[in-house]
Ligand binder design. Structure first.
Ligand code: GLC
Length: 631
């Protein structure tokens, strides 16, 4: 999609207040960023292209015309926080529908909507009480239908969230299980157990909940009702999110029906929440390793000393996904005459597993289409780490013939514009608040722009998280009493949790709620810095992060990079990532990301397609900058 016409740099010259006395980021430093033009001064200090021979090919382009999901850029919308249609301070489906043309103009292929189903909102909608209806705070089923048809008319696919590991405790099945008591078929649909020790007063095992505290809650009412000691129920997440028992055929049948319900309404796929959690090891044995869902400071996923956690990534989950794949295939039979693979309905796994190789098991030919690449998301801003993560991702995905995916931010972690502003080598905290070490906002944004430019040049499918196209940082000075993520309370106010990345979007810098909705209400407070980053301040303004994303997405599409190849180029310093992406039918693009202290020249004769930031006056690629080149 063509970028909007260049106008003035409205607002971007205003200083953004930052905590901790850091450098101020004004936005003006990007005004001279070359975007889609051919630079004439690159000859200086250039090395001949031949000096970068010795390519290491790590990924070959696919032979056939690939279906949409192998190359799509998918934009995650967190419905509470994208656009508020009715002014109640919480985003909703009509708000989203009204803003969809923005995404067409941005140049993405699809959207993924976090849950909008009926929910008490104990975990911001990841606690579902009715899988077949829309929560009134988000609208109605008719609103969902309108969103779908509007998106499709704009050429956007729509992926919805499927929360299958657990329901809300207010789901009718769980209420029925509580009412029916121990030993009943109703309890068999969840994971109820008697406690250990005298009077069953201890939880059935030592498992911990992902948000802190025990993974078991006792049913106190059992005692009054039946005179028995109260049973316990399992919840790998919050107390109000009881885990389903996926060994129970009724649970399987129910979810297959839920899939059909949304497929019949026209959705293009599902992002499967906590996909590695559905099956638990028989006997529910104790687990003494730390729970860490994500990896260590170096971005390395946990191997738990070679042990397999009994609640995650059990082999039994795969037969569930094979059954689901059959259902999705039936909506788009691959042998039907005139069938277009551009109609494929897809599954994407959220599986925080121990290695890329384990993740690849979710995307074998007869299972899901995609799995999130959490290894890449956790990688530190170090050339070797990034190179390893990229190579390892291709090796694992190619071993099963699946596309790689890439992601830098989502609704569960500190946004990459803030994460990359923390010292390299430190593990990113789960949320940043008042009194915590604050990220260097200017450094973080510079690296975030370079990281995104690197990511969008990689073959495969990329996920963007709402607002990253504006360079939004996390809200890092949110008052703690405004926090809503259950993590904050469950961890005894030691971990702030995920609210900082969930703050409502700024659309218009001069309006109340920065144009999030028609009122000044927002369910989480917006930081003052969001005014200068609002969509209307960036659209059409040269060098802004929004215009950078538009240029990257347009060039990615034009050059077919999503289905290209990847070869590392030799002849660059260690601290520089340099690769060629050569699409099967198209011209190759060279990509250089400089993580070193010294500026680096681009190969002689190369022409700049897009750059994440300004080059030096000599035409060199400075530190923390990515360039795309045609050569
Ligand atoms: C996934 C979601 C997260 C949610 C959890 C429980 O990790 O991304 O937001 O809290 O599952 O459903």
């Amino acid at each position: 999609m063509a970028p909007a016409p260049v106008s003035t740099v409205r607002g971007m010259t205003r200083p953004v207040p930052e905590a901790g006395g850091r450098r101020e980021f004004t936005g003006t430093e990007y005004e001279n960023t070359p975007v889609s033009h051919h630079s004439s001064n690159l000859a200086q200090a250039a090395t001949p292209l031949a000096a970068h021979a010795g390519q290491l090919v790590v990924h070959a382009p696919p032979a056939a015309q690939p279906p949409w999901w192998r190359k799509a850029v998918i934009y995650q919308i967190y419905p509470r926080s994208w656009a508020d249609g009715n002014g109640d301070g919480i985003g909703d489906l009509p708000g989203i529908t009204a803003r969809l043309p923005y995404l067409r103009d941005l140049g993405v292929d699809a959207i993924w909507l976090s849950p909008f189903y009926v929910s008490p909102q104990a975990d911001a909608g990841y606690d579902v009480a009715d899988y077949r209806d829309v929560d009134p705070i988000f609208g109605t089923l008719a609103d969902a239908d309108t969103l779908l048809s509007t998106a499709h008319d704009l050429g956007l696919k729509v992926i919805v969230d499927l929360v299958a590991n657990h329901s809300s405790d207010e789901h009718p099945w769980f209420q029925a299980a509580l009412a029916a008591g121990p030993g009943s078929p109703e309890r068999e649909r969840y994971v109820f157990r008697d406690g250990r020790g005298p009077y069953g007063a201890l939880p059935p095992n030592n498992w911990l909940c992902a948000f802190g505290g025990a993974a078991w809650t006792r049913v106190e009412s059992d005692k009054d009702k039946s005179g028995t000691d109260g049973q316990w129920y399992l919840h790998l997440f919050a107390t109000k999110q009881p885990d389903f028992n996926w060994e129970n055929p009724q649970v399987r049948a129910e979810f297959e029906d839920v899939l059909r319900f949304w497929l019949d309404r026209g959705v293009d796929g599902f992002r499967v929440d906590a996909a590695d959690g559905l099956i638990k090891q028989a006997g529910l044995p104790d687990w003494d390793e730390p729970l860490h869902l994500l990896g260590d400071a170096a971005g390395v996923l946990h191997d738990h000393h070679g042990k397999q956690a009994p609640m995650w990534d059990q082999d039994g989950v795969h037969e569930i996904y094979r059954a689901w794949r059959q259902i999705l295939n039936s909506y788009n039979p691959i042998d039907a005459a005139g069938h277009s693979r551009d109609n494929d309905r897809i599954l994407c796994a959220e599986a925080c597993v121990n290695s890329q190789e384990r993740a690849a098991r979710y995307v074998r030919d007869d299972e899901m289409h995609q799995a999130f690449n959490f290894r890449f998301m956790q990688t530190q801003w170090r050339a070797d780490d990034l190179r390893d993560a990229v190579t390892n991702s291709f090796t694992a995905a190619d071993s099963v013939g699946a596309p790689t995916t890439w992601v830098l931010s989502n609704h569960d972690g500190v946004r990459h514009a803030s994460r990359f502003g923390l010292p390299v080598g430190t593990k990113c905290p789960n949320g940043i608040g008042v009194g915590d070490p604050q990220p260097d906002a200017a450094l973080g944004l510079r690296r975030a722009r370079a990281a995104t430019a690197l990511m969008l040049a990689l073959p495969g499918s990329s996920y963007l998280y709402q607002g990253e196209e504006l360079g939004l940082p996390d809200s890092t000075d949110m008052p703690d009493d405004a926090r809503q993520d259950p993590t904050w309370a469950r961890r005894g106010h030691t971990e702030r949790g995920r609210d900082g990345c969930r703050v409502p979007m700024p659309w218009e810098g001069d309006r109340p709620s920065y144009g999030f909705g028609p009122s000044d209400r927002t369910w989480l407070p917006q930081p003052a810095s969001y005014a200068a980053l609002a969509v209307d301040r960036q659209a059409g303004a040269p060098g802004t992060t929004l215009e950078l994303y538009r240029a990257l997405l347009a060039a990615r599409r034009e050059h077919g990079l999503g289905t290209g190849s990847l070869s590392w180029l030799g002849g660059f310093p260690e601290e520089v990532l340099a690769f060629a992406n050569e699409p099967a039918a198209g011209e190759r693009v060279l990509v250089i990301t400089n993580l070193g202290a010294e500026p680096v020249p681009v190969p002689g004769g190369a022409q700049i397609l897009v750059s994440s930031g300004p080059l030096t006056p000599q035409g060199l690629v400075p530190t923390d900058t990515t360039v795309w080149l045609s050569a």
